[in-house]
Design a protein around this ligand. Sequence first.
Ligand SMILES: NC(=O)c1ccc[n+]([C@@H]2O[C@H](COP(=O)([O-])OP(=O)(O)OC[C@H]3O[C@@H](n4cnc5c(N)ncnc54)[C@H](O)[C@@H]3O)[C@@H](O)[C@H]2O)c1
Length: 339
Amino acid sequence: MTQPDVRVAAVGCGYWGPNVIRNLDAVDGFDLRWVCDTDPERLLAVAARYPSARRTADLEDLFGDPSVDAIYLATPVSTHYDLARRALLEGKHVLIEKPLATTVDHAEELAELAATRHLTLMVGHTFVFSPPVRKVRELIDSGLIGPIYYVETTRVNLGLFQKDVSVLWDLGPHDLSILIYWLGEVPRQVTARGRSYLGEALEDVAFLTLEFPSGILAQVQLSWLAPSKLRRTSVVGRQKMIVYDDLEPVEKVKIFDRGVDRQPASFGEFQLTYRSGDILSPRLDTTEPLYLECQHFLDCIRSGRTPDASPRSGVDVVRVIQSAERSLRCDGAPQRIDE
Ligand SMILES: NC(=O)c1ccc[n+]([C@@H]2O[C@H](COP(=O)([O-])OP(=O)(O)OC[C@H]3O[C@@H](n4cnc5c(N)ncnc54)[C@H](O)[C@@H]3O)[C@@H](O)[C@H]2O)c1
């Protein structure tokens, strides 16, 4: 039996919104009812591509429309809490772009509101839906690379500078949601250093060191002030190593059969032997991650199941960033990330 369409409204026609709207429109089962942006020019430019959707500059039009089942919010970070709260109070399912909110209290309040009202609340942790990221988790879970020693990740570019949040809140959610998804644990301690070279107060560069309960270390570099765009992560395991480079056109994931073994030598000493074997690149699904994210939102609304980019993961990411910000303010003093 075919299920009725889920009627969805999209808010935000800035940099990211048009990608969201294109994918909502493409997913079979969503009926795009409204496109909304307070900026009339942006609204007109984007909404013109979707003539069957109504357009408005006033969010009240969607909140007050009982036929709207779900809302996708792609608005600036500083608006997330207020708009998501309002949408949930109006009984709408919500997909809110990352990060879920800018304080742990607000993020937890949104998670609780959705739970008590039995509404789907999902966070735009887009990379959790990306085929290469899923493949790396599969490889880690299979035990192929052995116990993980450490992870190193670089997400740098020239821009795009944000007006309302630092690089930590803008780019940080990507790597933190990926790390939590891969390792299945939330860091217990963070050390962060950063600088605001161009802005008044918002850091445009930040370096984080995270320690996970299992002992795994992760190093995360975030920057809007770099000579070239890099999106590269290395996962170093005892047996093998993985490099995930999101900018590679085809071979985004490579498995290096490389490592170092400690062999017993004479008189209780050890000798290091280096292994350098094949490099393999698994075949990957090429579906756009944002399409898979929108499809997952639809599935979760219909089935009532908890999304993979769950409110819990949204709260966890905000918790780590809030602690990292505390560390930044204390010249890199390590901060515990408490439950
Ligand atoms: N998941 C991803 O990979 C990804 C990538 C980029 C951005 N983002 C997220 O998307 C969100 C938007 O980022 P952006 O770069 O597109 O910002 P942007 O500033 O380019 O666009 C935001 C748009 O929202 C509109 N807006 C603001 N307040 C509004 C309101 N109350 N009602 C209706 N419209 C309103 C603005 O007019 C603007 O057009 C942010 O949360 C960002 O973190 C996610």
